[in-house]
Write a protein that binds this ligand. Structure first.
Ligand code: FE2
Length: 374
């Protein structure tokens, strides 16, 4: 039976939209960074990610299949950041990358379906100083979402309502904890609360530097300088306070977090702070930065709460008291942890009774796995 407030949402993880050959978007990067070695450092990533696109690109097939699986009751389509590869070193090429990616989304889902994206680290990324195309992205995001959602949106952190549900989109690069708190506190009750940000909410799960999860250690400070990303940042106590305050607010609303960045498919179900946060990490990238193929169908790396913070840890990860203290905040409350290598698209089905994520491997049009988020 279909309820009055049931709807679905086509869902994509990171895309890193680009176009082969690499000189289409990275010619200025090549010119500006031939001498400093940065072009050599990133060339294989540009080759790999641009090859996901074009006529026979596997990511092009993933996006196409997501459009084919759009249901009649779709409310909007959602992509979880790193929509584009970035690193153009040219405002006009950066703008063109977004224009092409937005046009692809409109061809995929139809002109009338709103398309929502969020700020990934690549969306604001450019060469040597890594300050990012942040101001450019702010303008692009605000104009795009104001039009798509038909409400005034001023920057990359915002909220909107879909029926009885609250959707909060939060910038992961330069998080604004005060604004996120205000959006959560002032929005009043909701049936479901969805919190969408690029880096994971329940840590990055691999004991690696804090800059890669939401409010671990911001990518950029308030003035736009690149953040420290280490365990000993001067700002860490303040950032930790903000991380815990927002975690408590999310848990109090039994929120569902939708995140990307890791290029892994994950489900984390955490009970703590008097409530629950269920995090679904979506993966749509079909290649590794070095040019290898990621599998379409999930290859399970861990499927037990004790695997959280353990089975994805690289051999050179830091081990110290601060890492252990951070993970001790999350490990006891982790009731479900699933992590897999996979590349595909997903569809959320949302009703009074449940929130379910169906995962489709690669360009498949029938789901191969179902995750019950509520
Ligand atoms: Fe990414």
């Amino acid at each position: 039976m279909t309820g009055a407030h049931d709807y679905s949402v086509p869902l994509l993880g990171d895309l890193h939209y680009d176009c082969p050959p690499i000189d289409v978007f990275h010619s200025d990067f090549r010119r500006l960074h031939a001498a400093d070695g940065m072009f050599a450092k990133y060339q294989s990533e540009f080759e790999s990610f641009s090859s996901m696109w074009g006529k026979d690109g596997r990511s092009a097939a993933v996006v196409n299949a997501s459009g084919l699986c759009r249901l009649e009751d779709s409310a909007f389509a959602l992509q979880l950041g790193d929509l584009v590869e970035g690193d153009c070193e040219s405002p006009s090429l950066h703008r063109r990358m977004f224009d092409e990616a937005f046009a692809l989304m409109k061809r995929t889902y139809g002109e009338s379906l709103p398309f929502v994206t969020l700020a990934g680290n690549h969306d604001v990324r450019r060469g040597a100083d890594r300050l990012g195309e942040y101001d450019s992205y702010r303008g692009i995001s605000a104009a795009w979402h104001s039009k798509e959602l038909d409400q005034e949106i001023k920057g990359p952190t915002f909220a909107f309502r879909q029926g009885p549900d609250l959707w909060v989109v939060a910038d992961f690069n330069r998080p604004d904890p005060a604004l996120v708190e205000r959006l959560l506190v002032e929005s009043g009750p909701s049936r479901h609360t969805f919190f969408c940000t690029h880096g994971a909410v329940l840590t990055n799960g691999n004991r690696n530097p804090r800059r890669w999860f939401f409010l671990g250690c911001p990518q950029y400070d308030a003035s736009g300088r690149r953040g420290g990303g280490n365990w000993f940042s001067e700002e860490r106590p303040a950032v930790d306070d903000a991380r815990r305050r927002i975690r408590r607010l999310l848990a109090g609303r039994n929120a569902i977090a939708l995140t990307g960045h890791s290029h892994h498919l994950e489900l984390r179900d955490w009970f703590g702070d008097g409530g629950r946060i269920t995090e679904f990490v979506m993966s749509s990238v079909t290649k590794t930065v070095k040019g290898g193929d990621l599998p379409d169908a999930p290859v399970v790396i861990g499927d037990h709460p004790k695997d959280f913070g353990r089975c994805r840890v690289p051999p050179n990860a830091a081990t110290n008291d601060l890492v252990e203290a951070l993970y001790a905040e999350y490990e006891p409350g982790m009731r479900r942890y699933y992590t897999a290598d996979a590349a595909g698209h997903a569809r959320l089905r949302i009703s009074d009774e449940s929130v379910v994520a169906e995962f489709f491997s690669g360009g498949a049009i029938s789901p191969c796995a179902t995750f019950e988020l509520r």
